[in-house]
Every structure is written in structure tokens, then in C-alpha cells.
Design a protein around this ligand. Sequence first.
Ligand code: CA
Length: 440
Amino acid sequence: MLNETHAADAQSWVESANVKDVDFPIQNLPFCVYVSGAQEAQIGVGIGDQILDLLACKKAGLLDGLSDVIVQALTQKTLNDFMGLNRAQWRETRSHLFALLLNEGELSARAKSSSGEVLIAQASAKLIMPMNIGDFTDYECSHHHAVRMRKIMSGSSKPLANGFYLPRAYHGRASSVVVSGEPVYLPLGQIEEDNEIPAYKPSEKFDYELELGIIIGTGNERGHPIALDDAENHIFGFCLVNDWSGRDIQKWERLPLGPFLGKNHGTSMSPWIITLEALAPFRAPQTSPGDDWPEPLDYLSSDRNRAEGALDVEFEVFLSSNKMRADGVAPHKNSSNRLRDVHWTLSQIVTQHTSSGCNLRPGDLIGSGTVSGPAPHESACLYELSEGGKKTFELPSGEIRSFLEIGDEVTVRGASQKEGYPRIGFGELVGRVLPPATKA
Ligand code: CA
């Protein structure tokens, strides 16, 4: 639903938000949690290159007009309480923050005159984990990714039948989800050496997986699945996710129960939460999986889902090595990817998760799965790009890679853009591979 907060010509009194193609124009209003100086963790909103300090806004009377329950939730140390409200309350908050940051109106004039107290430069703040993640689930929503991975891992070119009827997923690990910039340790694990004989050692096939992170807002009661056309009322927003993967560990352990230690050592997410409301102009029809696919079962099918269930987000993945950074060489672009190459929609992901009666809670993180496109060069992980390690590629420094090595840094960016609307950026997700924290 588009409203005044999506107006393309709206400008902010925060001048850095009005620069063309900035990540955080006034139409974005992403949430974060940050610390600065001696201040405790608090919730902020991104605007241009600044953060709007919501606690300072409250003290300055700039949140007057919002209900007490909203103001209370916005002045906590995590976003969970705010995520646990409902979509009408998230919209009310967005409209208020928009009016506060717009370059016209009474509220905006008061905010501008308090700018010294309510704004803090992003460069001088440390962004931290924005919510307590109760549960992390990781899907495998790209059919292109699933087909290529299966071919490489098991040699079979016949897709698994269940993938035609449901988006596959597994329950991941919330304790090791970290925000951008936090260390990523090369995982240790059992790796098959001789035929069916493993050794315990650091992964030699360490990989990234570019994914969209879906963050649950309002939860559901256990035993009560969320209907498809109600699913988006339970989505608070999105972030970028890198699902780091030890492919050699994964290959040895994966059958019959699926991913475990190849994945549970660390997952990185970007610290800015882009709301579903901010992305309203970028809705799109569900991407057709192909005429030879069966119709989804009724509970995963609706006209609304087909008409506007998808979201247009573009991603880029960059790689830099120790040597490249030392030599001042710019990061190498490894791939460009589009969320629309994934045909299972946001609503189908949420509905499928609860279809057993499973309950979701505010702040739960759900990964879309690797956002790989139809062409092999559109793969969003190295396992596909290198065909399991058979192919190599050369970095600008002349170094050769099939997988990540110690010191390599993976940077992911994402944005929604479309003619006639300001670009809505996701910020950046960075992770650098460090040696194992302990010896094998
Ligand atoms: Ca994954």
C-alpha cells in the first residue's frame, strides 16, 4: 500500500538523505540498534549518513502523538518489542518519523531545531545486533541453486520431487548469528579424506551464500498456521544474510538429516532492518517456475500471492584478499543477483514455516536461501561458481581462488530500485575470514 511516505519528490532537512542514489533517503527509514561513546544500546533510524536517536527524540518531545506502547517499544535496547507490535502500529510509526524528517511542517521544524541532540553521524556509532534472535531458519528457495548444488554434491541431475511442492528449509542456529564486521572463523569439522574415512581439520572448501534475511514481526500461536494472504502482516522487515558454509564438512555430514556443523559455526547479517513498508513500491508478480511445474497445494496458493508476492531486490557480492587490501586494489565483483530469480515468495516462506503448527516469534530470522539465478555465472556462492572446486578464478591481484582463504573479505550490498522511485538501499554486510580460533 503506497502512501505519503513513498512520495518520490519528498526531501529531508537532513541534507545527506537527498543525495541521488543514497542508501537511506527519507523514503527508506531503516531501523538499527547502536552504541556511541558511553551511551547504552538504543534504537535508531537511518537517514542519509546520520542516525536519528529515538531516545533523544522522546526526551525532546518529538515522539509526542505516537501511542505510549509504541514510544515504549522504540526506547528499548533491542527491536523485539517494536517488532512484536502490529502492521498498523509500524505504519503509524513510519508516518510519524517521515513527518519528523521531512523538510516541511511543524514537527519537522522542531526536530530540525533539535538536530544537535537527535542526530548522530553513522561514522561515529557502532551498529550492533538489532534484535534477540530466538530462532534462525534457512530456506533453499532458488530452484537454480538447488539443482546445481545437487548435481555437484551427488552427481544427480534429477531434482528432488518435494522441491516442486514446497520451499525446503532446515532449522539453523541462532546463537552464532553475528552482525556485519564481526569475526568469521574458519570452521573445523570432519572431512572425508580417503574413501569413507574422515579427519578432523579446518575446512578447505569454505564458502559464502548470499541470502535475503526475513525478520518476523508479529508472531503466531502454536497450533495456528498463518494463512498465505495474512503472512505479510507477520513480516517486519529484511536484512542481508551471508550463510557461511564449510562445503567439505557439509558434504560428509549432510545425509540423511541435512545441514549441521558445516553451517552452525557462524552466519552474518547486516545491521540495518529495511521494513516491508519501505519496499512497497518494489512489489512484483511471483516469478513463474515454468509451465512444467505442478500447481502449489491450496494453502500455498492465492491470486494475491501470484500478482504481487515477489519483491525486486538486486544484490552484489564482492571479494577482496589480504594482498588486494594491502596493495589498495578495489574489491572484485564476484556476482550480481536478483531476488526475482527465486520463485517461492515471502508469504509462501512464512506460511510453509507455520503450516505444521509451528509458532514464529518477533525477531526470528529466516534466510531465503542462496539467491542464485538461472545462468551459472549468476550463482550466489562459490560452490556453484567453481563447480565444487573444479574451476578456479583469478582475483585482480593474480591470486587464484575456488573457495575462500584466510584473510578473504566478502562484502554484500543490496538495493531496490525502479524508475520513478528513490533507491532503497540495504547498507552493507562485511565479513572477513579468520583462522580457526582454536587448533584442530
Ligand atoms: Ca543457506
